[in-house]
Design a protein around this ligand. Structure first.
Ligand SMILES: Nc1ncnc2c1ncn2[C@@H]1O[C@H](COP(=O)(O)OP(=O)(O)OP(=O)(O)O)[C@@H](O)[C@H]1O
Length: 598
């Protein structure tokens, strides 16, 4: 015979799960009480009742007994049947569907577990509720041990609404709990800032309104009528930063909207995002990481939504398709607003946030085609905007690495070339895209090797004069895998030009890493190297007085080689290339050699 049994709920275990494993914020019980009061007011309004909604919160302390927080609302209340059905049955809610987004419900509660969070701070929840449906008043006492008592209060007339009493546990060890007035005030402001009903906090005979000013911002049409002073003040209150510029944003459904503040200082690329989000007017998080695209670092948002699903702790949102669509649509809105900003604001913005703008421009052609004139780039003349760089009719060249720029900057300057250093973050993607996008400009990537074509060969007599010595030098430099050549080039003051192709740099780096690895790994690395690795070239400038003096002096080949080796080390150091072991050794030997001479 089948023996059907009922599951039992171990409430103490559940409270432990809630307090230690579900909620990060230790003040959630205030959020849940606010939310329930707010939902009860919504339900009463939906019940077609004409009344002035309020939520009244008070903190009482009397004598030696622990302080008590009392939450009162004049909402729909609960009948006795509803108390059994919704209060005493865990995970049963009177608020319908458990999913957000698909439904257009005004309720915030869904899961039917929120009230349990009060057990984190209290051993008993006492609720006195008068239902607007039948005017009956019920007192419910729920205990953390999983038992509850219920009784009807008769003989007195109560108006519809609910009062919840939370008395602090005797041994509550929760730093910064809300049984202290300033924490309670702060927490009510945090969660309740945008709720519609008037929230009043009473303490020691004084009353203050918590959300009178702030609740208006959540109303889309009121928001657009607020003064800019108010909007900036609201940003600083919610996000804790002083902003100077903002614009409104809204996604395409119109169900997620808000204020986008421009961050007034430079932001680190992996800085935490600071976006406050309210779901059905209830605060969810101040650090939403996924609601805006990654590039939108220069924006801090305050957003209101009713179309996203919160995770169980209600402290963030599920990363689902709905969230992705909202993020994409908000991204489009931000771009559009930036494009519409006045020129002065845009230049100011660029100054602070060029990196964020470059990130966006490198991913988005539309944005790039608008924004590129304002983007700053490093050139031979320091930092310039692309609009200034591209003013000329001549070809503008760019390198793909900082290293390539360094290698050719001197001769490029001598040739009066327009050269951009494309080696900084995002620049190469932007420049590559622009080279295809801009039809009227010659924007061309240059390889340092191309520059060697412009170095002049010596005439045949000169060539003959030095061919032997250059050969000897090359033999001595063979160990360092570099070729030495003699050429004429400008600027004359430049004794050498060191050209290191991508391939020769890679081969060199492989060798250097192999040197500092264990023998097994080093053998493996070296087996990856080609038989004949690519070599950099050290060009000696025959136009340069130092080089002329060196080569025409009566020094022996060995002595000349010492000097060329020193010039080679200098070129490596100027190019920021770490030295290999044999180069270090060679430099030390040469220093000793020089020491002996002086
Ligand atoms: N102030 C109140 N007025 C009227 N009913 C209330 C009040 N507080 C709680 N309730 C009732 O108790 C039920 C359980 O509340 P609880 O906070 O545990 O869950 P919920 O609000 O439904 O969902 P969630 O877990 O998502 O918050 C509610 O569905 C509601 O019917």
């Amino acid at each position: 015979m089948n023996d059907t049994q009922r599951f039992q709920v171990h409430l103490t275990g559940m409270i432990d799960i809630l307090s230690n494993h579900l909620y990060n914020e230790k003040d959630v019980y205030i959020r849940e009480l606010l939310q329930n009061a707010n939902d009860a007011l919504t339900a009463r309004r939906n019940y077609h009742e004409d009344f002035k909604p309020y939520i009244h919160v008070s903190l009482t302390e009397s004598g030696d007994s622990p302080p008590t927080i009392i939450f009162e609302d004049n909402g729909i209340g609960l009948t006795e049947e509803e108390v059994h059905q919704f209060l005493a049955t865990i995970a049963n809610s009177s608020k319908g569907e458990k999913t957000f987004g698909d439904t257009n419900s005004d309720f915030i509660g869904r899961f039917g577990i929120g009230l349990l969070s009060c057990f984190i701070v209290s051993d008993e929840i006492v609720m006195v509720s008068t239902s607007a449906k039948n005017n009956e008043t019920i007192e419910w006492r729920g205990k953390a041990d999983g038992t509850y008592e219920i009784r009807k209060l008769e003989g007195k007339t109560f108006t519809p609404g609910t009062k919840v009493y939370i008395r602090r546990k005797e041994k509550l060890n929760l730093p910064g709990d809300c049984f202290e007035i300033s924490t309670l005030r702060q927490t009510l402001k945090k969660y309740g800032a945008c709720l519609e009903p008037n929230i009043i906090l009473a303490y020691n005979g004084f009353e203050e309104e918590i959300n009178r000013w702030s609740h208006q911002f959540a109303n889309k049409s009121l928001l657009h009528q607020m003064s800019s002073t108010d909007i900036l003040a609201f940003g600083s209150e919610i996000l804790g930063m002083d902003y100077q510029d903002y614009f409104f944003i809204e996604n395409k459904t119109g169900r997620t909207y808000g204020i986008a503040y421009i961050v007034p200082h430079t932001i680190h690329m992996n800085a935490k995002k600071s976006n406050a989000v309210f779901l059905n007017r209830m605060f969810v998080t101040k650090e939403s990481q996924h609601l805006l695209p990654d590039w939108a670092l220069f924006i801090h948002c305050i957003l209101w939504t009713d179309e996203l699903s919160p995770i169980a702790s209600r402290e963030d949102f599920y990363q689902n398709d709905a969230l992705e669509q909202v993020r994409e649509s908000l991204g489009i809105a931000i771009k559009k607003n930036i494009i519409d900003l006045p020129d002065v604001t845009l230049s100011k913005l660029m100054h602070i946030h060029y990196l964020g703008f470059k990130a966006l421009a490198s991913q988005d052609d539309d944005f790039l085609s608008f924004i590129y004139p304002y983007l700053p780039m490093r050139t031979l003349n320091g930092e310039q905007s692309l609009q200034t760089i591209l003013k000329t009719d001549e070809t503008v060249y760019y390198t793909d690495t900082v290293d390539a720029f360094r290698q050719i900057q001197d001769i490029a300057r001598a040739k009066q070339m327009n050269l951009i250093n494309g080696g900084y973050t995002y620049d190469i993607y932007i420049l590559n895209k622009l080279s295809l996008l801009l039809s009227n400009h010659q924007l061309r990537l240059i390889d340092p090797l191309e520059m060697t074509d412009t170095l002049k060969k010596l005439n045949s007599e000169e060539e003959e004069l030095f061919v032997q010595i250059i050969n000897e030098i090359n033999q001595k430099m063979n160990d360092f895998k570099v070729n030495v050549e003699l050429r004429r080039f400008e600027p004359n003051h430049l004794p050498t030009l060191f050209i290191h192709s991508h391939q020769s740099q890679e081969d060199r780096e492989l060798e250097r890493i192999a040197e500092s690895s264990n023998s097994l790994f080093s053998d493996l690395l070296m087996s990856l190297q080609p038989q004949e690795p690519a070599r950099p070239i050290l060009y000696l400038n025959w136009n340069n007085v130092l080089i002329q003096n060196i080569l025409t002096s009566d020094k022996t080949a060995e002595q000349l080689c010492v000097i060329v080796q020193i010039l080679y080390i200098q070129a490596l150091l100027l190019g920021h290339y770490p030295l290999k072991n044999n180069e270090l050794e060679m430099m030390n030997q040469n220093l000793l050699y020089l020491l002996k001479l002086v």
